[in-house]
Design a protein around this ligand. Structure first.
Ligand code: ASP
Length: 439
């Protein structure tokens, strides 16, 4: 058994948290490769070290004195080092950082130091080898990850180490300078390492015990999700998945390595297992419900539209021209509705309408705003009859008018459009009908 373990910022925010992490790693010999984030928030009003670094570097770029800001960052690390009783000095590292900030080494370099320094502390604390991510993770000229080169290099380097710490979030750009992933990118590093060493499991330790069936701000104490497939998770990405970086899925998915979301503060919880495919029956017909407000719809009507070849393309071209991506396009015989993010449409609204008139001369165009989309997702839906019927009757009972319905042919999800005011009651009603009555 070989596990790659990634720990998020809140799991490493203080010496106390580091100790929990140390215990988790030492508990199992198989936890051999460790990916740390930068120290996160210790309490809700605290500032993440990554944000402190961005701010400090901004001061440096403006040519102002940044000594105090850098010192505050150093204090965060010293507190951890002292709390762990380590004899480790970061003086030299901070001298280098000071110099490179003054030389304007780049915001990516600045932000990456959060993980880099935490990695040094972690390696020292565990007695593992430290491997600088800039030597094993590579980006291409266009800024995207060079996954082949990265995989080869990581594989070769890690084959030489029984146990190692590889800091998350950054690698080496095509220009040889440090480059970071987007925020929350340590999840991607963990996934890359898991792929390179052909891990049996990628454990992603955070501060929640996995995914919940729905948003706890909408439904009180929703049940946890034990097992979810990668595809279901994608369909649920409306949730504004803050638990796991979206791009972290691809490297491990390619190799069929499952991801286990675990809670550093409740290691006894099993968390959520994310898998390619499973025979395990889902507990409920649905795996999750997620949604988002802030959508608008553009409704088009034109007599004999269904005979007009190219109508849909011309409509979508207008949105494309204006840089607006669409979410869903339900259609009828003579009607077509394009759902888009309201934010994207707002500024360009009149231009879009004019262009639509020019492109397809519709009889009617109507705009509707303040809509919400809800995705009801579950592999269990495929083999169960009546799922849609249950959703509709639950919504009817709750007095909610459905504005749109869209079921993908994968039968994995049903998307429902409702008015923003109905968003929360709709989710509650769907949750109740599937989870509370299936108990
Ligand atoms: N420390 C980085 C961030 O705050 C990356 C990470 O935590 O994954 O976004």
């Amino acid at each position: 058994m070989l596990k790659v373990v990634k720990f998020g910022g809140s799991s490493l925010a203080s010496a106390e948290q580091f100790k929990k992490v140390g215990k988790i790693i030492r508990e199992e010999e198989s936890r051999r490769y460790v990916i740390p984030s930068a120290p996160g928030k210790r309490f809700s009003t605290d500032i993440k070290v990554t944000d402190m670094l961005y701010q400090c570097y901004e001061t440096a770029v403006q040519g102002k004195n940044f000594d105090k800001q850098l010192d505050d960052i150093k204090k965060r690390y010293m507190e951890i080092i002292e709390g762990l009783g380590l004899s480790l000095s970061l003086d030299q590292e901070f001298d280098t950082i000071h110099k490179l900030f003054a030389d304007k080494a780049g915001a990516d370099y600045a932000a990456s130091r959060g993980e880099y320094l935490n990695g040094i502390i972690m390696a020292n604390y565990l007695g593992f080898v430290f491997i600088d991510a800039a030597k094993v993770i590579f980006f291409k000229e266009d800024g995207t990850l060079d996954s082949d080169k990265t995989n080869e290099c990581l594989k070769e380097r890690l084959a030489k180490e029984e146990k190692a710490v590889i800091p998350g979030f950054y690698g080496c750009g095509a220009d040889g300078k440090v480059k970071t992933f987007s925020r929350g990118g340590s999840d991607i590093t963990g996934s890359l390492v898991a792929r390179a060493v052909s891990a049996d499991l990628y454990e992603n330790w955070t501060d929640v015990s996995g995914f919940l069936i729905t948003d706890p701000r909408i439904v009180e104490n929703p049940k946890p999700i034990d097992v979810i497939t990668y595809r279901e998770l994608r369909e649920l990405s409306y949730m504004g998945a803050t638990v796991l970086h979206e791009d972290a899925i691809f490297p491990v998915r390619k190799e069929g390595i499952p991801i286990n979301i675990r809670n550093t503060n409740a290691p006894q919880d099993k968390g959520t297992l994310i898998v390619e495919s499973t025979c395990r029956k889902a507990k409920y017909t649905i795996t999750g419900i997620a949604g988002h407000c802030g959508f608008a719809s553009v409704y088009l009507e034109k007599a004999m539209m269904n005979n007009e070849i190219g109508f849909g393309r011309k409509v979508l071209e207008v949105f494309e021209h204006n840089g607006i991506s669409f979410e869903h396009i339900p259609s009828g015989i003579d009607t077509m509705t394009v759902f888009v993010e309201q934010k994207q449409l707002e500024e360009k609204e009149q231009r879009v309408l004019a262009e639509l008139h020019r492109a397809v001369s519709p009889d009617v165009i109507e705009l509707e705003t303040d809509l919400a989309l809800i995705a009801v997702v579950g592999r269990g839906m495929k083999s169960t009859r009546g799922t849609a019927g249950r959703i509709f009757s639950a919504l009817a009972h709750a007095n909610i008018n459905i504005k749109m319905i869209d079921q993908g042919s994968s039968e994995l999800n049903i998307i429902i459009g409702v008015r923003t005011d109905d968003f929360k009651p709709a989710i509650k009603a769907i949750y109740d009908i599937f989870v509370m009555t299936e108990l």
